[in-house]
Design a protein around this ligand. Structure first.
Ligand code: IVH
Length: 670
């Protein structure tokens, strides 16, 4: 081991941790993103060159990459209790009275927000994060440490301080609202079903097996309780202030995020403030939590089987109003997905006038038995779009029978279809249904796809109306003479439009493939497919079995791609675009160079000395092999570096799969 490297790794780790904390927890970065990336790259390189120095809590682990096969069950050292709920001032007063009966002295209460996410228990030993466990049944949870490490506001190594050598800290992992909204915007662009609310999505994300996906989702975490053996602090408030010094994200003392009071009136004032102010928070809360501050008093009060007697939650009522549902209409998305929409008698809800609300899908309408003319309840929860949550049956005056879900597309009249196991209906008339046509062209020209300058949604609509474009292919036969007579089409804008179209011919194959708007083929999938198949001919010829061999391509995507290329109109479209000069071949420079690993499936795991894990994966692909996420009987080789998990090694042994070293691998390909 090199002493210089050892010191530099230590130095970089501590600097990066500090910058990470400044950026994510304090919101006060002191260096630029580029400077941060340069430090991170340097550390990554050192860890590759000196695998013995790599640390599971290294800042390089923030980006994820490790796959968890199965989350291990772990018993909580301190059970994860829930809180008893209250909904009124009377209930809070009764709780406070009960406390006064057991405690014959002043009681100070700490009031906090009740974050609406998913509970997590973090264990630190000697200042290092060793485990992150979900609540589970309260006694036993699931070990999600690999995913927890990607959450930037959770410190991996604590700042120097008076922390106990071993302690647990509890908190709530959640989606900031803007991050959640962005996630849904991205999904919409891909024609994927939108996530209904931030809480469930946070919970699902935390249990995803792919830590890279978790890292990309950018979850956040507020910590709200410290558990340790022995007397470390006198009260809850001090423990949180200290936790802040160690690097945790705890509620800031300004802005009324956390406050002290001695009275029920004080508690009600806090509740009333947040009942309305919560709408301005950048994350969701579903109430407030009131805790007895003093640890000695907490001990006297003790616990019931389910919850501590020294704490109580006050839950806000979700904002909900009743209004009349005039009509159910349907929206058609780019991929043909149908969304039922409730057209309502306008009503004030959470500060805005609501005229339309989501009805999700046919099942939801049937389950709630929602009928036109009904008085319905509309709620605004975490969802951006308000939703109909129920019907006031007693107010039903109409003779309308159960709602008949649309049988045909509202835009083009084609009978709708619904695939087995899917909640949504689709309009299958891809080539003739106007919102689908326009949506597809808009997607094709969008920034992340072909990025065609000089063309926007309005122009597309104008061109469509003028009969000049009916599909993506027709963009490439537009001529100045056709455009100039149109309204708002000055010479300069026509020039710009045609230049933009011309320039798009140089966009690489992966962007073209993404732009085609095949369901479930997002940017990443497009990249994987073009890398693997290299030409559109090879991709179009691939059967489902071949497609699922590609890393990260599952049945759903494979089927969608397969079907897309079976469609004659799509085949024609590819031909037209090819003739127009678009790129349908992956640039060969970074693709396959040999076929020595043809058809072989590799699992790459651990830390390597000569290549990074990603480089090794790329090498495998370059030589015709493929990367798979987890070890199974279909795996041909396990390429093992340092610190590969013992469970993986065991599995490989059990299935008698050869485990090879980096050196063995280099031999194989040379
Ligand atoms: S204290 C012993 N404080 O609410 C500590 N919980 O039903 C007990 N929650 O599962 C929890 N914000 O995940 C506490 N400021 C807060 C909280 C909070 C959200 C969640 C927690 C728990 C649930 C209680």
């Amino acid at each position: 081991m090199s002493i210089e490297a050892f010191h530099r790794v230590k130095e970089l780790t501590s600097e990066l941790n500090e910058h990470n904390h400044n950026y994510y927890v304090l919101n006060q970065p002191t260096i630029s993103d580029q400077e941060f990336d340069a430090l991170l790259k340097e550390l990554e390189k050192l860890e590759i060159e000196h695998p013995e120095l790599a640390d599971p809590n290294s800042p390089t682990k923030r980006v994820g990459g490790d796959i968890t096969d199965k989350f291990q069950k772990v018993a909580h050292r301190f059970p994860m209790l829930s809180l008893s709920n209250s909904y009124s001032k009377e209930e809070i007063a009764e709780w406070s009275d009960r406390i006064k009966k057991s405690i014959d002295e002043d009681v100070e209460y700490i009031m906090e927000l009740k974050y609406d996410g998913v509970a997590i228990s973090l264990t630190y030993e000697n200042g290092k994060l060793v485990r992150g466990v979900t609540r589970g049944d309260g006694a036993v949870g699931e070990d999600v440490t690999t995913n927890v490490r990607t959450i930037r506001t959770i410190p991996l190594n604590l700042k120097p301080g008076n922390y106990p050598s071993s302690f647990d800290i509890r908190g709530e992992i959640f989606f900031p609202l803007e991050t959640f909204a962005q996630l849904n915007r991205d999904r919409k662009e891909l024609g994927e079903e939108l996530y209904a609310n931030p809480r469930n999505t946070a919970s699902g994300t935390l249990k995803n097996q792919d830590s890279k996906l978790v890292a990309d989702r950018k979850l956040d975490c507020f910590l709200y309780y410290v558990f340790a053996d022995g007397e470390n602090f006198e009260n809850h408030f001090d423990s949180l202030l200290n936790a802040k010094e160690w690097g945790f994200k705890v509620p800031p003392t300004e802005g009324r995020y956390i406050e002290k009071t001695n009275s029920v009136d004080g508690i009600m004032d806090f509740i009333n403030h947040w009942d309305s102010a919560r709408k301005e928070l950048p994350f969701e809360i579903d109430g407030v939590v009131i805790k007895v501050n003093d640890y000695r008093q907490q001990r006297v009060l003790g616990l019931t089987a389910k919850s501590p007697r020294w704490a109580i939650a006050y839950k806000f009522k979700a904002e909900r109003v009743a209004t009349v549902l005039h009509e159910i209409t349907y929206q058609v998305g780019r991929t043909g997905a149908i969304t039922p929409v409730a057209n309502l008698e306008p009503v004030q809800l959470a500060g805005t006038t609501v005229k339309r609300a989501s009805l999700h899908n046919a099942d939801q309408i049937e389950k709630l038995d929602i009928r036109e003319g009904d008085t319905v309840y509309v709620e605004k929860g975490g969802e951006i779009i308000p939703k109909v949550v129920g019907v006031e049956i007693s107010a039903r005056k109409t003779d309308n029978g159960p709602h008949q879900y649309a049988a045909v597309c509202p835009e083009c009249g084609t009978p709708l279809i619904r695939k087995e196991g899917e909640a949504q209906h689709y309009c299958p008339n891809e080539s003739g249904c106007p919102p689908q046509i326009l949506g597809r062209i808009e997607h094709f020209i969008s920034r992340k796809a072909m990025n065609i300058d000089g063309l926007g949604p309005e122009t597309i609509e104008q061109l469509h109306e003028a009969g000049l474009v009916s599909n993506i292919g027709s963009l490439y036969s537009l001529e100045a003479e056709q455009l100039l007579p149109l309204e708002r089409m000055a010479e300069r804008s026509v020039e710009k439009l045609l230049e933009g179209v011309e320039a798009s011919k140089a966009q690489p194959f992966r962007r073209v493939l993404f732009g085609l708007g095949i369901r479930y083929v997002g940017e990443t999938v497009a990249k994987k497919l073009t890398r693997h198949f290299e030409t559109v001919e090879a991709l179009a010829a691939a059967d489902i079995e071949t497609l699922v061999q590609v890393e990260e391509i599952g049945d759903r995507i494979a089927e969608s791609v397969f079907e897309w290329f079976r469609d004659e109109e799509n085949q024609l479209l590819v031909k037209v675009l090819q003739e127009a000069g678009l790129q349908f071949e992956e640039n060969r420079s970074d693709t396959q160079t040999s076929a020595v690993l043809e058809g072989k499936a590799f699992v790459v795991s651990g830390v390597f000395s000569q290549f990074s894990r990603d480089d090794l994966k790329a090498e495998i692909e370059k030589h015709g092999g493929r990367n798979v996420g987890s070890i199974s009987s279909k795996t041909d080789y396990v390429l093992a570096g340092d610190k590969m998990g013992p469970s993986k090694l065991k599995k490989a042994e059990k299935l008698e799969i050869p485990v090879i070293s980096e050196e063995d691998f280099i031999q194989m390909i040379s």
